[in-house]
Design a binder for this molecule. Structure first.
Ligand SMILES: Cc1cc2nc3c(=O)[nH]c(=O)nc-3n(C[C@H](O)[C@H](O)[C@H](O)COP(=O)(O)O)c2cc1C
Length: 330
């Protein structure tokens, strides 16, 4: 009888906890929805930060194009016009002088100089460049493999500054080296040491192509990628509703550590988003055999780099744009 009562009490407590987590989850997702609808840049393009992010995305497309392994002259004409319009609109509404917008003009000037020999008319681009005579062309860095990995054993500030994504791949990475990098990334911290992250390493080109066709961010280099690392986070480790973002937070911490680890082991890699529709996510789980309790967080395209290649400059925001102090300044 006592045993029966104890079991019933345990079951009731579990049921109460289950109901409470479901209730909290509904509240939390309602709050997330409101946050997203009220603030996501995609829905509020009139705001300055959103307009600037749009310009950064615009110049990033061109920077990527300028560094592509098989660059095609004349690429991205529509992207150029779109970026010119965004810059004109931004400066009209918010004024000139923003560092990221100035970089965008520099990238456009580099694009124009590379295309100087072509008989193409780009009057709107030329007008924008004439209006900013003080901004020089922002050419993308060209590096040797040795220089790219030279800071492997340097102090952390140099090592961190030397890490960049690379979209040039010239050969296979041994499985052992991937294993060493993933083992090093296990040093990542995680909430209560629950270690949510998992890695699915894909070295079948058919699966790679299927995945990249869904992902859409590897145009121009996807077919040269040797291995794809799919980083997931186990939702089983999430204990209550307020931790609803924990798979992505802990997965993101792991992703950054893995990026450093790959760089340390001399593996060229490009981090790839997994911003896909629910249907695509389900399909990818299916054909990769990833269980549904693992949320896909990010992909890595990996390979050995060639002797020399270009990397995108990708300049960062200024410190005051990022760091805000809250306090009395002691
Ligand atoms: C979350 C995330 C998603 C990304 N997705 C892609 C992608 O789909 N395709 C791509 O070529 N690069 C992608 N990148 C690479 C970024 O463009 C790159 O990290 C950024 O421009 C900064 O450059 P750096 O890493 O060389 O410093 C992604 C990076 C992150 C962190």
């Amino acid at each position: 009888m006592i045993g029966f009562l104890k079991t019933a009490k345990r079951r009731l407590a579990a049921l109460a906890q289950n109901v409470s987590v479901r209730f909290d989850a509904m509240r939390a997702f309602r709050y997330d929805k409101k946050q997203f609808m009220s603030n996501a840049g995609a829905l509020h393009l009139d705001r300055k930060a959103a307009a600037r992010a749009e310009i950064v995305m615009g110049y990033h497309v061109l920077e990527k194009g300028l560094t592509m392994p098989r660059r095609r002259l004349g690429f991205g004409k529509h992207a150029v016009i779109h970026l010119v319009n965004l810059i004109n609109d931004f400066e009209r509404r918010f004024g000139a002088g923003d560092a990221q917008v100035r970089h965008a003009v520099g990238v456009l000037r580099a694009y124009r100089e590379i295309h100087r020999c072509l008989p193409c008319q780009m009057p709107r681009l030329d007008a924008l460049l004439s209006a900013h005579p003080d901004i020089p062309a922002a050419f993308e860095p060209h590096v040797s493999r040795a220089a790219f990995f030279a800071a492997k054993d340097a102090p952390f500030p140099q090592f961190a500054a030397s890490r960049h994504v690379c979209r040039h791949f010239a050969g296979p990475v041994p499985r052992k080296t991937i294993e060493a990098a993933v083992a090093l990334a296990l040093t990542s911290p995680s909430a209560c040491n629950r270690q949510h992250a998992r890695v699915h390493a894909v070295d079948d080109p058919v699966l790679r192509d299927r995945l990249f066709a869904m992902q859409g961010g590897t145009r121009g280099f996807g077919d040269t990628v040797d291995k794809v690392l799919v980083v997931t986070a186990d939702l089983s480790a999430v204990r209550w509703a307020w931790e609803r973002h924990d798979a992505y937070v802990n997965g993101g911490v792991f992703v950054m550590n893995l990026s450093y680890a790959l760089h340390y082991f001399g593996i060229a890699h490009c981090i790839l988003h997994w911003s896909v529709s629910p249907e695509t996510d389900v399909k990818a789980h299916g054909f990769l055999g990833i269980p549904s309790n693992e949320a896909i967080v990010q992909l890595f395209a990996c390979g050995m780099p060639p002797e020399e290649f270009d990397i995108a400059a990708s300049p960062r925001l200024d410190l005051p744009d990022v760091l805000a102090w809250h306090g009395d300044g002691k």
